[in-house]
Design a binder for this molecule. Structure first.
Ligand SMILES: *Cc1c(COP(=O)(O)O)cnc(C)c1O
Length: 392
């Protein structure tokens, strides 16, 4: 059966599909990057991002991919000669550890089995003997395993046992999952543009607490482009220290319009239901999920498939014009991942699960047509009943 070659459905956990309205906004003619129009844009984006991070402070905006924000968080927060702790629940926690290592920072690493969240108890036991660490690095949604770590509770454990800054990678969480950086005591929360924010890659964001600013001001570690201080200074003048990625900011303005029009609570609820529909469909067709219901992320789902089945299914899905992600590092060939964040809705999940049945059958798995989709639809019907109750 022939396919429309350019109708590719991106169900990967980033980059995610770009809404036509955002695509359109990014086509606007360039403006002078120091003109009042650009200043208004920078100021508005920074302020309107704050509710997504759960902070009262303006959010820093950098022209870079998400990893730059991870590296910025490392080099701004840890003094020369200082040590840090990092919780590794998958490939992105491991990336924090690698960045710390490259900068020669003494790193205490807590490894959690991939596919599980870090529990507050595990972190408490680990930090008990490490009260001297200057920063503890956490991953909010571990995109490589589809696990959402309980950042709120982990942050309070850090406070209890150390004076360390709490730093969280929110790249595949912010905008799809509620975040309350100020309330939770997360000192630095970072994200990138190409996940739940529905934009191309190229913007990195960071919220920074006043406690973190004190440490950053006193930090002698060499840094230039990724130094947070000039970003704060420029933001006070409604600009960025280096040329802002103006076209991406036009897109960000449109993305924030969309999120505000839908309402953040509704955005988060939509992600919850997409997670539930995906998990029900996977179970319904007899496949196994990597994470438990308690640990599962609303933005990405990992499905087990050893003996080559994960890759076989992914290949069949690609032939159906749906892109899924494979496993990373130790999970390579063991899982496939379905992204459901940003410009993604319940109907996309129905499509994905229906196609997955076809793909799994083509890959030789004993899947009953309709078994997954029935479970997915039942969740969807349940969601409609819960969400569409008449107002009291
Ligand atoms: C995608 C992702 C990153 C990396 O971002 P890049 O934009 O590829 O540099 C970092 N952390 C997490 C959790 C991610 O999902």
């Amino acid at each position: 059966m022939s396919m429309l070659r350019d109708k590719v459905r991106l169900q990967i956990p980033g980059p995610t599909p770009i809404p036509p309205r955002i695509q359109q906004a990014m086509l606007r003619p360039m403006v002078g990057h120091r003109d009042p129009e650009a200043s208004k844009l920078v100021a508005a984006c920074s302020q309107r991002l704050a509710p997504l991070f759960g902070t009262a402070s303006p959010v820093l905006i950098m022209a870079a991919s998400g990893t730059a924000a991870l590296e910025a968080a490392v080099i701004n927060s840890v003094q020369p000669g200082g040590s840090a702790a990092v919780v590794v629940t998958g490939a992105f926690g491991d990336r924090f550890a690698k960045i710390l290592g490259k900068h020669g920072i003494e790193t205490h690493r807590l490894d959690i089995p991939w596919g599980q969240a870090c529990t507050p108890e595990a972190l408490a036991n680990f930090l008990k003997e490490k009260p001297q660490v200057e920063a503890v690095f956490l991953t909010f949604c571990e995109t490589s395993t589809g696990v959402l770590n309980p950042i709120d509770r982990l942050a309070s454990v850090v406070r209890e046992h150390t004076d360390a800054l709490v730093i969280a990678d929110g790249v595949s969480a912010v905008g799809g999952v509620p975040a309350h950086a100020d309330e939770w005591g997360v000192d630095i929360l970072v994200t990138g543009s190409q996940k739940a924010l529905m934009l191309p890659a190229g913007l990195a964001f960071a919220s920074v607490s006043s406690q973190a600013w004190e440490r950053i001001e006193a930090n002698a570690r060499p840094r230039f482009y990724l130094d947070f201080l000039p970003y704060r200074e420029s933001l006070e003048k409604n600009t960025t220290p280096y040329t802002p990625a103006v076209s991406l900011l036009f897109g960000l303005e449109a993305a924030l319009d969309m999120l505000e029009e839908e309402g953040l609570e509704n955005v988060y609820t939509r992600h919850q239901w997409m997670m539930r529909m995906t998990r029900a469909g996977i179970r319904g067709m007899g496949l196994a999920l990597l994470a438990t219901d308690t640990d599962a992320s609303p933005t990405v789902t990992a499905v087990k498939g050893d003996d080559g089945t994960a890759e076989a299914i992914r290949k069949q899905m690609k032939a159906l014009n749906i892109r899924l992600a494979g496993g990373q590092q130790q999970l390579k060939g063991e899982i496939f991942r379905i992204g459901h964040m940003g410009y993604s809705d319940p109907l996309d999940i129905v499509t994905t699960i229906a196609a997955l049945e076809v793909a799994a059958i083509r890959a030789g798995l004993p899947v009953q047509p309709g078994s997954g989709i029935q479970a997915t639809e039942e969740e969807w019907i349940h969601a409609s009943r819960v969400d569409h109750r008449p107002a009291q």
